[in-house]
Design a binder for this molecule. Structure first.
Ligand SMILES: Nc1nc2c(ncn2[C@@H]2O[C@H](COP(=O)(O)OP(=O)(O)OP(=O)(O)O)[C@@H](O)[C@H]2O)c(=O)[nH]1
Ligand SMILES: [Mg+2]
Length: 479
């Protein structure tokens, strides 16, 4: 028999977390998940399509309706071999078993089984019935222990009961699983049926390739954001008549500064949107105090992210020396957070703002008009803050399991508490890497060709992103 795409039916009690597992494995956050039991009422197939090719397929199911009756029938007919198929064949027209036939249909057609159990609950008789029933189907089968309420005391008992009946038993948390944990689960699928090995290998390779491509796309988005933000300017031409009084000048200056800030915020939002879509998220939950909820120019963001003053001075001087110009970065040692900088905007219509401002304002005078030009960003700290924030956002997009959706994190069954570091990523880079980035920032700010600098920075940013998507979720994703 030709080996087809691996298909796996996800079975288990109502509310065991079946749909959550499917959503996480297929990166589909549109699958209905709810704290009430009975959310899934029909079996639905979710193929994973990569490059137009289905590599694996998961079938979300509502679980059994009459497990006792099925088990009894299986036990009475054990000699008939392929029991799932035999059961479906002989109950096809029985309305009492319409639901169970629909559930067993994919299994009858050869699908493997993933049983999802809530390992935090005690094993009950009906669990044993289902375990035995699934064993008797003879299909390749894996059991997933989803520890919904973080109670370990029944886990050993589950392991014991499941390992006797399933080819593989794994702990898997549909809310916390990272990319690498998803891959590990797929790896384990290889062992549940040798005939699948090659196809599962292929599926894993496709997943890995796709992830790499998405990571590269995220790096692209980040580089573009930085370059666009650093070359961003706002220009406003005003009739001189409107600038006779100081109040008029101040108003224009404030408006131009506000537009400048708003433009930068929008660039960040656009980049976030691309990254969110790249990692296929439609919903997720940000804790109210998340640094991603704070304004880009707030003190809190300015303090938590970016380089320390000392680091900045170190890379600033070096970058300046290398390019023969020290104007921008020499002031680095004195700079405050980005938030303080824009607040310290005092240049007025005369234009020169000084080392503490986000950007300088120039005014070009022509007969009858004046042109206000704000930008590009001159604060050497700002691009590092922006980089840190978009990396944080990416970390969240990469690590937020799709089955978690916008789960109520205050619920009793929430994920483990962790101490969240309130620090960015740029600070932890090697000085040579910080310097490399500072050079790119400076070139972008000066409107120079950045292609030459980009390659090294691309690698640095990719290294950061790769680092955040390992088996342990980087706690900073919760910042
Ligand atoms: N904390 C936590 N909650 C989870 C996890 N997996 C599922 N849940 C929650 O458990 C509840 C049920 O999840 P579903 O995925 O809808 O369960 P189901 O087995 O598909 O339920 P039915 O379709 O009703 O049979 C939801 O409130 C989920 O958010 C998990 O890994 N951790
Ligand atoms: Mg469901």
């Amino acid at each position: 028999m030709a080996v087809k795409i691996p298909r796996l039916a996800i079975m288990g009690h109502p509310n065991a977390g079946k749909s959550s597992v499917v959503a996480t494995l297929t990166e589909n956050d549109r699958i209905a998940i709810d704290k009430r039991a009975g959310t899934t009422t029909e079996s639905t197939s979710y193929p994973v399509v990569i490059d137009g090719r289905t590599v694996i397929e998961f079938i979300d199911t509502p679980g059994f309706q009459n497990p006792n009756a099925i088990l009894e029938w299986f036990q009475a007919n054990e000699s008939r071999g392929d029991l799932a198929r035999a059961f479906v064949d002989s109950h096809r027209d029985d309305p009492l078993f319409a639901h169970d036939c629909a559930l067993l249909q994919p299994v009858a057609e050869g699908a493997g089984i993933i049983l999802v159990v809530d390992g935090s609950k005690r094993i009950k008789e009906k669990d044993r019935v289902e375990i035995e029933l699934l064993r008797l189907t003879g299909r390749p089968r894996m059991a997933i222990l989803n520890n919904l309420t973080n109670q370990d005391r029944h886990m050993a008992q589950w392991q014991d009961a499941l390992s006797k009946a399933f080819n593989s038993v794994r702990e898997f948390n549909a809310h916390r699983a990272t990319y690498s944990e998803r891959i590990k689960l797929l790896e384990a699928l290889k062992s549940i049926d040798q005939r699948w090995e090659e196809r599962v290998e292929e599926a894993i390779a496709a997943f890995a390739c796709d992830w790499e491509r998405r990571t590269d796309q995220a790096v692209d988005t980040i580089l573009r954001l930085l370059e666009e933000a650093l070359s961003y300017r706002v220009t406003r031409t005003v009739k001189s008549g409107k600038l006779v009084f100081k109040s008029g000048r101040d108003r224009i200056r404030d408006e131009v500064a506000a537009e400048f800030e708003q433009g930068l915020r929008q660039l960040e939002l656009d980049a976030q949107e691309q990254i969110r879509a790249n990692f296929r998220h439609h919903v997720w939950n940000l804790p109210p105090d998340s640094i991603l909820n704070q304004d880009l120019f707030s003190d809190e963001v300015g303090h938590a992210l970016g380089l320390s003053r000392r680091q900045l001075a170190m890379v600033g001087v070096a970058a300046g020396a290398a390019s023969g110009a020290t104007v921008d970065l020499a002031a680095a040692g004195h700079s405050l957070g980005a938030g303080a900088l824009i607040g310290a905007f005092t240049g007025g219509v005369l234009g020169l703002v000084g080392g503490k401002a986000l950007a300088r304002l120039d005014i070009e005078r022509a007969p009858g008009t004046q042109r206000f030009i704000m930008g590009p960003v001159s604060d050497p700290r700002f691009p590092f803050v922006l980089l840190d924030r978009i990396v944080l956002y990416s970390a969240r997009a990469m690590n937020w399991a799709h089955g978690r959706q916008a789960a109520d994190e205050e619920a009793a069954n929430k994920v483990p508490e962790r101490v969240v570091e309130r620090r960015g990523f740029a600070e932890a880079l090697a000085q040579s890497q910080q310097r490399e980035l500072a050079r790119l920032f400076q070139a972008a700010r000066r409107g120079r060709d950045v292609t030459e600098r980009e390659a090294a920075c691309r690698e640095i940013i990719k290294e950061i992103l790769t680092g955040v998507a390992t088996s342990r979720i980087d706690s900073r994703a919760d910042m």
